[in-house]
Design a protein around this ligand. Structure first.
Ligand code: NAD
Ligand code: TYD
Length: 358
């Protein structure tokens, strides 16, 4: 079996669902259930014997050691993190605690477990650390895309905390020989994405007749990947990646934020036209830019493509259609999120004056 952390979050939940759809290997899912953890996303597998959900913190060494001893996983995949850049700007403390200190405790617990394995299991064991392209910093328009050898230049408390965790993971390989794999992926989108992030926020706000907040001039570029393609890349890295190596994951799909927002609006105009006959794009509102906002991210995915034979299955055009349709088909999931802490967060973030209309 495998143990994953953060499996009630956006990417982790998609990973669990895809894993169980593709094989019968048991997946133990440890998640603290912060505001971002949502068991609704796992409704279809919550009673599945192949999925064991455990509420807990990656920083709780006692709990982690007990789980490792009890389940004897052949691999651990670490999704658990605080993941929202804007939240890291408002309050970096939780990011330091989970992304850095939590990852350290997790690594220590795993090192203890791994050291006790027999030589065959020790050789076969993997710790896959799921990270982000944001650790590389911001690109200028003419710069080549990030490759695995780029220097780390994180600019936000979020990316700095992820960079620190990546360094710890690397050190555990070089110092202790722990068979680690690190992946640095670009922006994901798809089902079960918490609507504080750009794409789901735009969909949900558009349908509720609210403003569609675009930071600054909306010309910041992100490299978008459909979440299920990220999950397939992770399965490939877990199965065939070389211990100690890092793999960049991306879909060669750079888009300016404003273009993304227009694409979503156009799809909503097609699937669920406004009753007043107007266009959703009329709801676009330019708001004050994010402090220290990275201008451009882009992933050079040649290493994972050439060495591990991975390629995304979706184009952006197909993935974004599926995503918008998913949100239209799952109003209950959305309503449930909206009735929770999400609403407090949105109120605080957009009504404090920091993100009012520019
Ligand atoms: P998310 O915020 O949706 O989910 C994070 C999950 O981790 C939640 O279920 C939360 O409850 C859990 N968690 C938080 N702190 C924890 C702790 N201390 N112990 C145990 N569980 C804890 O995040 P996501 O978008 O699914 O991202 C997953 C991972 O992928 C993160 O490490 C993130 O840095 C990385 N990543 C995300 C993206 C993206 O576009 N979303 C892109 C590249 C990499
Ligand atoms: P986000 O989804 O928060 O991901 P990240 O900051 O990790 O890239 O944001 C994606 C882009 O969209 C980023 O450039 C910030 C921008 N953005 C907006 O313009 N408006 C918003 O309301 C949000 C949440 C993000």
């Amino acid at each position: 079996m495998i143990l994953i952390t953060g499996g009630a979050g956006f990417i982790g939940a998609n990973f669990v669902l895809d894993w169980l759809a593709g094989c019968d290997e048991v997946i133990v899912n440890l998640d603290k259930l912060t505001y971002a953890g949502n068991l609704d996303s796992l409704k279809s597998v919550i009673n599945d014997k192949r999925h064991v959900f455990v509420q807990g913190d990656i920083g709780d060494s006692h709990r982690i050691k007990q789980l490792l001893t009890q389940y004897q996983p052949r691999a651990v995949v670490n999704f658990a993190a605080e993941s929202h850049v804007d939240r890291s700007i408002h309050g970096p403390g939780d990011f330091i605690q989970t992304n850095i200190v939590g990852t350290f405790h997790l690594l220590e617990s795993i090192r203890g477990y791994w050291n006790e394995l027999n030589s065959g299991s020790k050789r076969e064991f993997r710790f896959l650390h799921v990270s982000t392209d944001e650790v590389y910093g911001s690109l200028a328009q003419e710069d080549p895309a990030f490759c695995e050898t780029n220097a780390y230049q994180p600019n936000s408390p979020y990316s700095a905390s992820k960079a620190a965790s990546d360094h710890l993971v690397r050190a555990y390989h070089h110092t202790y020989g722990l068979p680690v794999l690190t992946t640095n992926c670009s922006n994901n989108y798809g089902p079960f994405h918490f609507p504080e992030k750009l794409i789901p926020l735009i969909i949900v706000n558009a349908l509720s007749g609210k403003a569609l907040p675009v930071y600054g001039d909306g010309q910041q570029i992100r490299d978008w990947l459909y979440v299920k393609d990220h999950c397939s890349a992770l399965r490939q890295v877990l199965a065939y990646g070389q211990p100690g190596e890092t793999y960049n994951i991306g879909g060669w799909n750079e888009q300016a934020n404003l273009d993304i927002v227009h694409t979503v609006c156009n799809l909503l105009d097609e699937f669920r036209p406004r009753t007043d006959g107007r266009k959703y794009s009329e709801q676009i509102t330019f708001v004050t830019d994010r402090p220290g906002h990275d201008r451009r991210y882009a992933i050079d995915a040649r290493k994972i493509e050439q060495e591990l034979g991975w390629k995304p299955a979706e184009t952006f055009a197909s993935g974004i259609r599926k995503t918008v349709q998913w949100y239209l088909d799952n109003p209950e999931w959305v309503a449930n999120v909206q009735s929770g802490a999400y609403r407090d967060w949105v109120a605080k973030h957009y009504a404090t004056g920091e993100n009012n209309d520019a």
